[in-house]
Design a protein around this ligand. Structure first.
Ligand SMILES: [Zn+2]
Length: 144
């Protein structure tokens, strides 16, 4: 029975990594972003824009930008529902975002996020295929 379960899990993992075997890392990031952003929009559904408080929300907005700080691209604490104006036209509208983010997740979790960004600035960070496939599978399952 237990062995059967293990075999099923192994087959699932094999199939999952096989689906993505011809994808480049950039393509895997795109797929991961799609599933992760859907998760964020559902998690924060009904909440106002993290930056300005508007209820006209549509975007998953990064506090530490995804382009400059790849390491926090898929950190749930770093990404929150926002309106298009703040996220896109005001590049996150970061001054009120920071204040509201600290209110939402607490100073300690905010500091951890900042620490992660600062460490990655010194050491460099790049997503690898296996971590990306993990993220895709995690958020695919959570979004079901
Ligand atoms: Zn806004």
């Amino acid at each position: 029975m237990f062995l059967n379960l293990l075999v099923q899990i192994a087959v699932k993992i094999f199939m999952a990594s096989n689906i993505y075997k011809n994808k480049t890392t950039a393509q895997l990031i795109k797929i991961a972003v799609r599933h992760f952003h859907l998760f964020i929009r559902r998690r924060d559904h009904g909440q106002p824009c993290i930056s300005c408080g508007s209820y006209n929300t549509s975007d998953a907005s990064h506090y530490f930008s995804a382009g400059n700080h790849s390491v926090t691209r898929f950190e749930e604490d770093n990404v929150h529902l926002a309106c298009r104006k703040c996220n896109y036209f005001l590049s996150g509208n970061l001054i009120p975002y920071r204040q509201n983010l600290i209110e939402k997740i607490g100073q300690e979790r905010f500091d951890q996020l900042e620490l992660l960004v600062n460490i990655s600035k010194k050491t460099g960070f790049k997503w690898d295929r296996f971590s990306l496939i993990d993220i895709i599978n995690k958020y695919k399952a959570l979004n079901k």
